[in-house]
Design a protein around this ligand. Sequence first.
Ligand code: MZP
Length: 503
Amino acid sequence: MAKILTDISRTFNEFLLLPNLTTEECIPENVSLKTPLVKFKKGEEPKYTANIPMVSAIMQSVSGEEMGVALAREGGLSFIYGAQSIEEQAAMVYRVKKHKAGFVISDSNVKSGTTLRDVMALSRKTGHSTVIVTDDGTANGKFLGIVTNKDYRPSKDNLDAPIDNYMTKAEDTISAKKGISLSEANNIIWENKINCLPILTEEGNLKYLVFRKDYEERKNNPNSLLDANKRYIVGAGINTRDYEERIPALVNAGVDILCMDSSDGYSVWQKRTIDFVREKYGDDVKIGAGNVVDAEGFRYLAEAGADFIKVGVGGGSICITRETKGIGRGQASSLIDVVAERNKYFEETGVYIPICSDGGIVHDHHITIALALGADFVMMGRYFARFDESPTKVLKIGNNYVKEYWGEGSNRARNWQRYDLGGNKEKLSFEEGVDSYIPYAGPLKDTLDVTVLKIKSTMCNCGATTIPELHEKARLTLVSDVSISEGKAHDVILKEIDNSYKN
Ligand code: MZP
């Protein structure tokens, strides 16, 4: 006979935190949001630790290379989407790693003779005002000159003239030789009052660019998630079909952490993929598994050797799996069950496996609730898809600026591997995700800073200055519909309709 669970499937919105004693130490400046990303033995340090407990979803409309850089800069991690060719995904990972906290590979390059019109079009496309002229138009060609939008006037200049007429020629450009340190490069930028320093090989080929604004950004972002070589840490999504080719390509590109992208992770396919990693790379390559919703799923993946385990089926904002297939579980209930099993596993084995709560975060305070329920970090799609750094364009619909956001189970993404159940059918049989718009929210940093502050502030109310302390001390209560209404502005006439506080 089928087993019927007696407890109801609960979501984050059904919980509130209770305040604990707030001591003098409990001020936001003292709160650390450091959190383990991969498993570790009691008393040891994990190989990877994030500085904020947020990772971006393995989705086409969320995690490309720009998000990879922007989120790592803030102390979080992106998992570059896997629903693309192996070569394209590996190239994205490679470019994030090459970003190298200061040494940038030029992405706006043209050949000598290119018209001003084409240079302006390229500038619009990449969003970069600095364009490099090389002999073959590539990022590593012979450096011939540099042009910025201060070198031409679109309304007056001849748009069909070659860019050579406008660029600062190589012999007049201040450049430096490959091998120079970042601080030396920054000194040259400051002494010469320039914005961009090309770094050249002995033969005069372009290697990197160093920008003044990047230096300032690094100074402003001491929280950045960097590897031992000061490169941004980046993750990538994989599937259980082409892993034998995809994983080596990603590892060669420099990926730090892999994560299986699957709507149902309680499967032998995931175990096989982990076995492949362990056989080929031992413990050197880190791999997360999931998604699961209960103790059984957790135990299976833990014993299979997963480095972290992702929780959540059917709670994503673009997900219709529960509607189409009647399978899934409220995100809070899933977490409570999995976290209890993780803690049991830790007691038995001395191995702590981080839990990632994936999907269903609507308001910032849901992140704190997820952490309080025992998650070590959260994965978010909708949250990150709104920002400039996601791979989609800003659109204007009526009077609103929006970005597009589509599920990996939608026909648009065609990520059949995420829903794969074996067999020969290599396509989606029906949709489990929707295609949608979400309100555009500007640059990631502006919103993320506020989110982080809200989490820290709530942790102070809970008497906790670290995430493990929050796990330990948090007290939560279930809420009724009427108490939810009581928690909103009520029985007053609002002077301004500003909903931003509801984020
Ligand atoms: P959210 O942050 O937008 O609520 O949810 C993002 C999560 O939804 C992803 O990390 C992934 O686990 C899940 N997802 C992505 N595509 C689909 C789908 O098409 C989906 N059904 O459920």
